[in-house]
Design a protein around this ligand. Structure first.
Ligand SMILES: [Zn+2]
Length: 216
């Protein structure tokens, strides 16, 4: 029963321009304006950095600097042995519940998320699970657990903790944190360790806080 026949790259190509809204609906994503979608997340944040589509854990690939990435190259990345080993082809609606063998019904996830994901005929419930999972994690690292270290780093810089910032500055926009972080934390070829995410987050919060204080 139920092997998915589409290749990893075929599944990726179906999903590469889609985003998940917080109500579990799938929308077409306009890449240029990701930041406008405060209530949605792109299924694939970066076409050349494969990650689990639920928790965001990165698949480590050999470093290839200064290379142009065309469709052929991108397909090669997604069909590489490493991606096929780390990201499982998962049914959205399980085969046992008559889920179809199509890229539309397939999702690439790490083993852990595959086991954890809900088996349901309700696609929107599945996507709401993905949405929440993604929001709770950064590069597969649980966000909440890292906050303690982020706070310690902020305080070492003479700044308030994240919670205190949010109390004084409740309008602080945190929706672009993942995007900003991907610019600060290099993830090509190297395992992203907690410490670089912690420092990156503290940097972003410190910058937002400084901007806010300037406006005061
Ligand atoms: Zn995962």
């Amino acid at each position: 029963m139920g092997e998915i026949s589409a290749s990893h790259s075929a599944i990726m190509n179906y999903w590469k321009d889609k985003a998940i809204r917080n109500d579990g609906k799938i929308i077409l994503e306009k890449r240029a304006s990701i930041t406008n979608y405060q209530d949605s997340i792109p299924v694939i944040e970066d076409w050349i950095i494969p990650k689990c589509w639920a928790c965001g854990e990165i698949v480590n690939l050999p470093v290839k600097e200064h290379e142009k990435y065309d469709d052929i190259e991108i397909n090669k990345i997604w069909n590489s042995a490493e991606v096929r080993r780390k990201l499982q082809k998962c049914h959205i609606v399980p085969a046992a519940l008559d889920g179809e063998d199509t890229p539309e019904n397939a999702f690439l996830m790490c083993k852990k998320c595959h086991l954890e994901s809900p088996d349901t005929i309700n696609k929107e419930a599945f996507f709401r699970w993905v949405y929440i999972k993604r929001k709770k994690n950064i590069y597969g690292h649980p966000f909440q657990e890292m906050l303690k270290d982020v706070d310690a780093d902020l305080q070492a810089r003479g700044l308030p903790t994240m919670n205190r910032m949010l109390i004084e500055y409740p309008d602080m926009d945190l929706s672009d944190i993942q995007e900003l972080l991907s610019k600060k934390v290099s993830c090509h070829g190297a395992e992203v360790v907690d410490s670089s995410i912690v420092i990156g987050l503290a940097d972003i919060l410190a910058e937002k806080w400084t901007e806010y204080k300037k406006k005061m």
